[in-house]
Write a protein that binds this ligand. Structure first.
Ligand code: HEC
Ligand code: HEC
Ligand code: HEC
Length: 430
């Protein structure tokens, strides 16, 4: 008995060490990619690589808002400390200038940097794993053609100061499946392209797919919506998008400009539309919209009309919470969003038909009303005002009544919002 226990213990220890030292890690990169590309081959791949780098939002995560492009240093907060994105310009000291072609493939497809340095999943290699070798080549060629920037990456904080990279081998064993993009001969070219971009480089699931307790994606709930950085990244299934009124045209417009009849992109989604989808070729953005909107039977369902106002919002009893909400809207919001919720071009988006109000979870409306949205640039020189914060101007119960009415009037939602829910919204520090 004792001996059996001992044997089991030994197996566990040896197994654990084997995982820790990466014995179970395989590589998706075939030996043929050790052969360098010629200068001419690199040159020819640059335009293709640029489009794919945009699709992968390498710029959004690897460039500080005011800093040089791709020089890294963007802080990514996790419950265990801050991870900084790396400098991925071709600088030989601080960047990836010494990366070979195969090194680059391994970073993108295996999550493994040279010298057996396991990357943290803040780099979305769980998704970029799907990148085809010829596309990894193209991104490599493009990035290596950019100016090198000698800027060191700041130190990480918290547990990430410690030598914990090895433990990523455990994480990868449990959270890094060898996925492929769905590709089907019976679907259009646009659908197949969209599938490849959404599931892979575009890493939409890194925000829109719920995470497990290890902060790994729960692929059984693919794109079904998740809370990330204080916002809800709403579900992106065909049913959810069409219920919020999207068709291929409006969804393409939302991604390509950050503004659609369903509202504007804010929170983490602004970064995506600003750095990535608005700079991509229209054809690729349309492919993303096509893939997301196509249902299991291969059809793109008709978009739903915006929900009708609920009777209690249209004709509230005088002095009722709904009535107070309606009056607050008229006093504080209608100047920008219109008395009928119609919005004002170049000032503020419409509330009527706004997808944010129709979400089941009131988190995003509450966060925007409490903290506001700073002025930002949209494509095509479109500008909007800043959405002011209301945390200091309205009491929690006023905001609760206001948002309850907004959702009932334009979102088709009858669940009331409580003052406690308003109080629970973290106040932004700015
Ligand atoms: C969601 C944010 C995010 C996106 C998008 C992203 N990266 Fe990263 N990347 C990171 C972070 C964070 C690190 C640092 C990880 C670490 O220290 O383990 C990193 C590390 C890397 C490294 C390793 C560099 C090194 O040796 O330290 C490479 C190469 C890289 N990224 C390339 C890319 C490319 C190419 C793209 C676009 C296709 C991309 N990344 C998109 C966040 C991102
Ligand atoms: C000074 C003009 C202004 C006022 C006043 C204002 N808003 Fe806004 N609001 C905006 C702008 C501009 C945006 C879009 C910001 C962006 O995405 O850049 C916005 C966005 C929103 C959004 C997010 C939806 C979307 O599509 O972006 C909601 C919800 C919202 N406002 C509700 C309200 C409510 C409720 C009030 C009153 C308490 C209010 N706003 C007052 C200008 C205003
Ligand atoms: C960094 C996190 C993040 C990533 C990555 C991300 N999103 Fe989002 N997305 C959000 C958040 C947060 C919202 C809610 C705010 C808003 O409506 O703009 C959102 C909203 C949206 C909406 C609006 C839904 C609605 O009901 O109006 C669409 C469409 C969308 N995302 C598509 C995508 C696609 C396609 C990708 C991949 C190319 C993607 N997102 C990647 C965070 C993200």
């Amino acid at each position: 008995m004792r001996r059996i226990m001992f044997a089991i213990l030994a197996i566990i220890v040896v197994g654990g060490l084997a995982v820790l030292f990466g014995l179970f890690r395989s590589t998706a990169v075939a030996p043929e990619y050790e052969k360098p590309l010629s200068t001419a081959e690199m040159q020819a791949l640059i335009p293709k690589g640029r489009e794919l780098a945009l699709a992968g939002d390498c710029f959004g995560c690897h460039s500080r808002p005011s800093g040089p492009m791709l020089a890294g240093g963007v802080p990514i907060a996790t419950p265990f400390g801050v991870i900084h994105s790396s400098n991925i310009t071709p600088d030989p000291t601080y960047g990836i200038g010494k990366y070979t072609r195969a090194d680059f493939h391994r970073a993108l497809r295996d999550g493994m940097a040279p010298g057996g340095r396991s990357l943290y999943p803040a780099m979305p290699y769980v998704y970029t794993h799907l990148t085809r070798p010829e596309d990894a080549d193209a991104i490599y060629a493009y990035i290596m053609s950019l100016p090198p920037i000698a800027q060191p990456t700041p130190e990480n904080t918290g547990v990430f100061r410690l030598p914990v990279r090895m433990f990523m081998n455990f994480w990868d064993l449990l959270n890094f499946p060898d996925r492929r993009a769905p590709q089907r001969a019976d679907r259009s070219e646009a659908w197949n392209r969209g599938a490849y971009l959404v599931e892979g480089l575009g890493h939409c699931g890194s925000c829109h797919t719920p995470m497990n307790f290890m902060m790994g994606p729960d692929f059984s709930k693919q794109l079904q919506g998740a809370v990330i950085e204080g916002y809800e990244a709403p579900p992106l299934t065909s049913a959810a998008l069409t219920s919020r009124g999207y068709d291929i045209d409006t969804l393409t417009t939302f991604l390509a400009t950050g503004i659609a009849p369903q509202g504007t992109a804010f929170g983490g989604m602004y970064t995506v539309t600003h750095f990535s989808t608005s700079a991509m070729e229209r054809k690729d953005v349309e492919a993303i919209a096509t893939y997301l909107l196509t249902d299991a039977t291969g059809r793109v369902p008709e978009p739903k009309q915006p929900p009708a106002p609920l009777p209690e919002a249209q004709h509230p009893a005088a002095g009722s919470p709904m009535d107070r909400g309606r009056l607050t809207y008229a006093a504080a919001c209608a100047g920008c969003h219109g008395l009928q919720g119609e919005g004002i071009p170049n000032v503020a988006p419409a509330m009527k038909g706004n997808a944010t109000l129709a979400e089941e979870n009131p988190l995003n409306v509450l966060t925007v009303v409490v903290n506001g949205v700073p002025v930002r640039k949209f494509t095509g020189n479109q500008r909007l005002y800043a959405m002011p914060p209301f945390a200091h101007r309205l009491a929690n119960d006023e905001i609760a009544d206001l948002v309850t009415w907004l959702r009932a009037e334009w979102g088709g939602r009858d669940q009331p919002v409580t003052p406690e829910a308003v109080a629970a919204i973290p106040r932004s520090v700015e």
